[in-house]
Write a protein that binds this ligand. Structure first.
Ligand SMILES: [Zn+2]
Length: 50
């Protein structure tokens, strides 16, 4: 099973999960709810539980 992590969108506050390959990368995450693009470090919360 692929590892994922959860982020919280800084714009709309909704949570969604991303592939762990995007963690600590310079690639922006895209919120599926409001389409905001942001880096993982800009997330309001990061949950890396397995
Ligand atoms: Zn959003």
């Amino acid at each position: 099973m692929e590892r994922i992590f959860w982020v919280k969108c800084p714009k709309c506050g909704d949570r969604f999960c991303c592939d762990y390959e995007l963690r600590h990368s310079k690639l922006k995450l895209i919120c599926p709810f409001c389409l905001e693009q942001f880096l993982d470090v800009d997330s309001l919360e990061i949950d890396e539980r397995l």
